[in-house]
Design a protein around this ligand. Structure first.
Ligand SMILES: O=P(O)(O)OC[C@H]1O[C@H](OP(=O)(O)OP(=O)(O)O)[C@H](O)[C@@H]1O
Ligand SMILES: O=c1cc[nH]c(=O)[nH]1
Ligand SMILES: [Mg+2]
Length: 209
């Protein structure tokens, strides 16, 4: 079974409160999502392997550590996942970015795939799929399916807010995928929105609706 990590760092929790607040406008919402994505990227990269290199400081030779050339890929689920990409790339600028386009049918709540473009060396990369919301879990499960179908072997899923239903759906369908979240909320409402959640992440990020 995959592990579930809740990043309860005070800075993440503080910023998430303003992301949730309905009085937070698009500009500030976008900036806060970007900042939280950076903070979450800091936590999620904790287990990256290091290797030693030799350098010279102004004082002497030294052996020092650098990240051991891991090939990483960041995959936003369109649209809302895009809001988390730049924040992650600030810390991991060499990561390649793939895109998986899905929208959730408002009636059936099932995901509809409309775009997939991934880095060419899928088998060799460690992927982080990002999306602010894990609600029924349909979109996350479909995105992981799409990635695995094309050969991905190592996948993490990172989101801001998850519902218990979504966590369970990913754990059941993809027990090899660890889930990283900033908050685990109470439940879904009748329209499949997370309660209390933050509303529609895509609309709030891009000012639509
Ligand atoms: O867990 P689920 O029940 O599948 O719901 C979560 C999905 O819904 C939202 O996307 P949406 O369909 O609103 O598309 P958008 O990002 O284009 O707004 C969200 O960004 C997730 O991708
Ligand atoms: O609460 C939710 C659920 C799905 N998608 C969103 O953007 N918000
Ligand atoms: Mg949306």
């Amino acid at each position: 079974m995959g592990k579930v990590y809740v990043f309860d760092h005070p800075l993440i929790q503080h910023k998430l409160t303003y992301i949730r607040d309905k009085n937070t406008g698009t500009k500030e919402f976008r900036e806060l999502v970007d900042e939280v994505a950076t903070l979450m990227a800091f936590e999620i990269t904790r287990d990256l392997p290091l290797e030693e290199v030799e350098i010279e400081t102004p004082v002497s030779k030294a052996r020092a550590k650098v990240i051991a050339g891991k090939k990483l890929g960041v995959i936003p689920i369109l649209r809302a996942g895009i809001g988390m990409v730049d924040g992650i790339l600030k810390l991991i600028p060499a990561a390649k970015v793939g895109h998986i386009g899905l929208y959730r049918d408002p009636q059936t709540l099932k995901p509809v795939e409309y775009y997939v473009k991934l880095p060419s060396d899928v088998e060799e990369r460690d992927f982080i799929i990002v999306d602010p919301m894990l609600a029924t879990g349909g979109s996350a499960v479909a995105a992981i399916d799409a990635l695995k179908k094309r050969g991905a072997k190592s996948i993490k899923f990172m989101c801001l807010i998850a519902a218990p239903e979504g966590v369970e759906a990913v754990e059941t369908a993809h027990p090899d995928v660890d889930i990283y979240i900033a908050a685990l909320d109470e439940r879904l409402n009748d329209h499949g929105y997370i309660v209390p959640g933050l509303g529609d992440a895509g609309d709030r990020l891009f000012g639509t609706k």
